[in-house]
Design a protein around this ligand. Structure first.
Ligand code: C2E
Ligand code: MG
Ligand code: MG
Ligand code: MG
Length: 282
């Protein structure tokens, strides 16, 4: 009896696995054609000054518009990363963000910085410096307005190489940010040796402020540490007035989150930008 149940159980799991595997292969197949079919979109989430509410920048976030659905990045970026498709997708994102940024500048909108996420594969397995330099040249978007976001895992995989790439990117005049800070393994010593301009505190530390006093202490410590390292610091996933009050009391520079706005399609972001005072890019 027990043996039979075990077998049914196995059958059940293997059917589940097959379903998951089939779904994944289907996604990969459709992902391969998504660029040609022009199915990717960039949304833009405003980044604001905690103290004044001035707008300082926007993070570009990819969406996949396919068969009537708007698919979020966590459903396809990991697959793209594993299959190497991220190279083509990442290049599209970089080009589209720079093209849009230049179009906004040409339209006379206030200059703000646009942040683009780079995956570890993109960062380590391509000549990312040449790709970025070419994209800036082709689109005419000024380097000073581009920011690249890297995760701790991208930086920690091969630290020596990473430092070298970051230095070359910095020499182009672009801004560099560490994303999801606090969720990876980077040590303070490493952080010090990377030429980073911006530290983004991961949403998971912000979520339970003010209920969790340890999250408040960790956040305050990260802010203080960023200042010691002369980095700008931005809190991610800010949703409530209480979180804002706390960040303000600890002199956090910037924030991003639903409290100000969700990520917006380009035209809606443009309206948002027109309704806010811009902080000059520095
Ligand atoms: P991320 O870079 O940490 O981006 C922040 C994510 O938090 C975004 O999710 C954003 O919509 C979400 N978020 C911002 N504020 C709030 C808030 O107040 N509440 C809540 N609940 N969520 C908030 P999204 O757009 O789904 O992106 C998820 C992740 O996918 C990104 O995390 C990033 O790691 C990755 N990603 C997005 N676009 C790209 C891309 O173009 N290239 C690469 N390589 N990765 C990307
Ligand atoms: Mg990011
Ligand atoms: Mg993040
Ligand atoms: Mg994240």
């Amino acid at each position: 009896q027990a043996k039979n149940e075990g077998r049914n159980c196995f059958k059940y799991f293997s059917e589940e696995l097959t379903r998951a595997a089939r779904e994944r292969i289907g996604t990969e197949f459709r992902l391969r054609q998504a660029i040609e079919k022009n199915e990717f979109r960039l949304f833009y989430q405003p980044q604001l000054c905690v103290g004044t509410g001035d707008i300082v920048g926007a993070e570009a976030l990819i969406r996949w518009q396919t068969s009537g659905e708007l698919i979020p990045p966590l459903k396809f970026i990991p697959i793209a990363e594993e299959t190497g498709l991220i190279t083509g997708i990442g290049n599209w994102v970089l080009n589209e963000a720079c093209r849009q940024g230049k179009a906004w500048l040409d339209a006379g909108l206030p200059p703000i910085r646009i942040a683009v996420n780079l995956s570890p594969h993109q960062f380590l397995h391509n000549d990312i410096c040449a790709i970025v330099a070419n994209t800036l040249a082709e689109t005419g978007f000024p380097a000073e307005y581009l920011e690249l976001e890297l995760t701790e895992s991208a930086l920690m995989k091969r630290e020596k190489e990473a430092i070298d790439i970051l230095n070359r990117l910095h020499d182009l005049g672009i801004h560099l940010a560490i994303d999801d800070f606090g969720t990876g393994y980077s040590s303070l010593a490493y952080l010090k040796s990377f030429p980073l301009d911006v530290l983004k505190i991961d949403k998971s530390f912000i979520d339970d402020i003010p209920m969790q006093s340890d999250d408040m202490e960790i956040t305050a410590t990260i802010i203080a540490m960023a200042k010691t390292l002369r980095m700008q610091v931005i809190a991610e996933g800010v949703e409530t007035p209480a979180q804002m009050a706390f960040l303000s009391s600890r002199n956090c520079d910037f924030y991003q989150g639903y409290f100000a706005s969700k990520p917006l399609p380009a035209d809606e972001f443009e309206s948002f930008l027109k309704q806010h005072r811009p902080l000059p890019v520095s």
